[in-house]
Design a protein around this ligand. Structure first.
Ligand code: UT7
Length: 325
């Protein structure tokens, strides 16, 4: 019998400090940097984002999201036998945020590791967890996307700092006789590394290079709209489905215009697209599980529906997961 991996619970966490676009205008004005609510809304769809307080780390946001997901799945932490955290803003250089999270959840012994694929990270993590469940290496996994991107933003660069926010989303993924994840599709092309990167590194106790986010927005935009269509069609083809079978498209929440373009290419109405970018901004690896959890808790996404999750980001990386929820 085919062994599938099914999402049995979702959870999320947004830090309480919420900044709307006017708050960002005021924050940047203190540095002599100009922006406006009109520009941000028109170019991106973003109206607000959340920033974590000092001393709050990726593993803290992840812990809250995981506890919610465990409760929704009616699962005790001790039943978990795999933890994967997708993040580009780990608590520290090492150990992994997943290992730190494991201890915060009161679990010991099961494998726990981070996946680093920037905004595609949750899609990568779900793909790895699915493969480990299908091959029998795990039965119940916590798959998490969690970020504190506010820590790597350059608040003197208006072309990037207004776009990102902090948050976490998590799912419990369990072995099941019924689907479940139907298809996965992940890719990377490192020749585009410099269009979205944080080029600094630690050496000899110092930070060398610039440890703040750099993005060529237009280059990322152009690549994103192409690869998001390709990977969506690839996952659908692998599962023998078409876009008409999709109840909800849950794309990476970076820019409403990219989501509209992808939906149009797939001939899906925007009524079938989960949109949270206006409230969360771009939370990188957290954006897809955050959007999924919000859609589940608001009653948009229901059991039995077919979901197409897709992400794109630094690396350059991209990918999608098609699943029956
Ligand atoms: O998470 C990974 C995936 N990331 C993405 O998907 C991001 C993809 N890229 C984008 O979403 C868009 O390219 C941006 C939202 C980043 C930028 O939108 P755009 O329509 O490509 O704008 P642009 O970079 O062409 O800039 C247009 C103008 C420029 O002024 P000039 O040169 O035309 O006078 C910018 O200086 O807008 C100006 N601008 C701003 N103005 C006010 C850039 N940022 C701002 C700002 N406020 N925050």
């Amino acid at each position: 019998m085919t062994r599938f991996a099914r999402i049995t619970g979702t959870g999320s966490c947004l830090p309480p400090r919420r900044l709307n676009n006017d708050d960002m205008v005021a924050l940047l004005a203190e540095r002599g940097v100009e922006t406006s609510d009109e520009w941000i809304v028109e170019r991106t769809g973003i109206r607000a984002r959340h920033f974590a307080a000092d001393g709050v780390f990726t593993s803290d946001l992840a812990e809250t999201a995981c506890r919610q997901a465990l409760q929704a799945a009616n699962t005790a932490p001790g039943e978990i036998d795999l933890i994967i955290v997708a993040t580009s803003t780990p608590d520290m250089v090492f150990p992994s945020s997943a290992a730190i999270l494991q201890h915060k959840l009161g679990i010991a012994g099961c494998p726990a590791f981070d996946v680093q694929a920037v905004c595609s990270g949750f899609i990568y993590a779900l793909t790895v967890a699915n493969a480990m469940i299908q091959t029998g290496s795990a039965r119940k996994a916590l798959v998490v996307g969690a970020e504190v991107f506010s820590r790597i933003l350059d608040f003197n660069d208006r072309t990037t700092c207004v776009l990102f926010g902090d948050g976490a989303g998590a799912v419990v993924l369990e072995a099941s006789d019924t689907p479940g994840i139907l298809a996965t599709d992940i890719h990377a092309d490192g020749k585009h590394a410099d269009i979205l990167c944080v080029p600094g590194h630690v050496s000899g106790g110092n930070i060398l290079g610039d440890p703040l986010l750099k993005m060529d927005g237009q280059a990322v935009f152009k690549l994103a709209v192409g690869v998001l269509e390709d990977t969506a069609l690839a996952s659908l083809a692998k599962a023998g489905r078409t876009a008409a079978d999709v109840d909800w498209l849950i794309p990476h929440q970076a820019n409403i215009r990219i989501m509209q373009s992808t939906a149009k290419k797939l001939k899906l109405s925007m009524d079938k697209v989960v949109v949270t970018v206006h409230e969360h901004g771009n939370t990188s690896a957290a954006s897809i599980p955050l959007a999924l959890d919000h859609a589940v808790r608001s009653g948009q996404v229901r059991r039995g529906q077919t979901l197409l999750l897709e992400g794109v980001g630094g690396g350059f990386t991209w990918g999608s997961v098609l699943l029956d929820f």
